[in-house]
Design a protein around this ligand. Sequence first.
Ligand code: 2P0
Length: 324
Amino acid sequence: MKATARANTNIALIKYWGKRDEKLFLPMNSSLSITLDRFYSTTTVEFMEELKEDKLIFNNNPGSNEDRNKVSNFLTKIRNIAGTNLYASVITENNVPTAAGFASSASGFAALAAAATKALGLKLKDEELSVIARQGSGSACRSIYGGYVEWDMGTRADGRDSVAKQILDEKQWKLTILSAIVDSGIKKVSSRDGMKRTVENSPYYKGWLDTVSDDLREAKIAIKERDFQRLGEVMESNALKMHATMLGARPPILYWESGTVEIMNYITELRRTGIPAYFTIDAGANVKVLCLPEHEEGIKKALMELKGVLQVIACYPGQGISYL
Ligand code: 2P0
């Protein structure tokens, strides 16, 4: 009753921001992401008769109480599906800069869902696994698949149709995603709390909901036609809109650091010189820059020279869940 799975993290081009059901992790809008090849979580789950509670080892350390509770609550959902009450030992290695605007919860819960369900002998389709992973962390439902992935928000109250699907595999369009790390500290407001506050009281949230499905439609057309400029423009605009909703919340949420703004200005300038590149920012200070592989080296070098940038890592579209 033991299995190990690896899941890559993903970066949203069209963001998930806001829940309509917090218990089931049902989103207010559909979203679209690229699974990245360089950042991943590897998780081993073993269910054992002798355990009196779930055990967690996270990057060679006992996890925090909060992490343990999240993992345990999630495992209970899987225990209920499998009809078992055995506790498990969970050992997870995160090759993701945690809590710095990289979605470590996406790869973490995708790997945990895959390892735990395999350890219990459940034979699931990718879509069923996606629905389960979603209930650990919304963005985890996208990390089941490689390449370009859409998470359909669904309409059902039980969440069975709120599921991700691959729209293009990782080999079908090679783009570069440069992850620029400007602040590796613990972020100030979790995305969970940030999105909740925005839904509750930002007057701009309505503007988000009114336009995000058009953004998604446009991004899908751009991907289908391999139209880089169109994809970049809608991605960047969508990220800025998401951050604008947070600035309108009370108290406001600002994830950007000076290095964040430096990169945004640099990328905007770069486009004026005729080089296409676009940025996106999640619930943190780091910036991901989408560019064509032929421009990757030059842009990476220039980003490294910016004052507020600590590190730049090049990623490409990566694969979905694998079992080790
Ligand atoms: C995304 N983010 O689409 C958006 C954009 C951050 C900004 O999904 O509460 O860790 O666990 O469902 O998935 C990060 O939020 O939140 C996220 P929960 P999650 O990638």
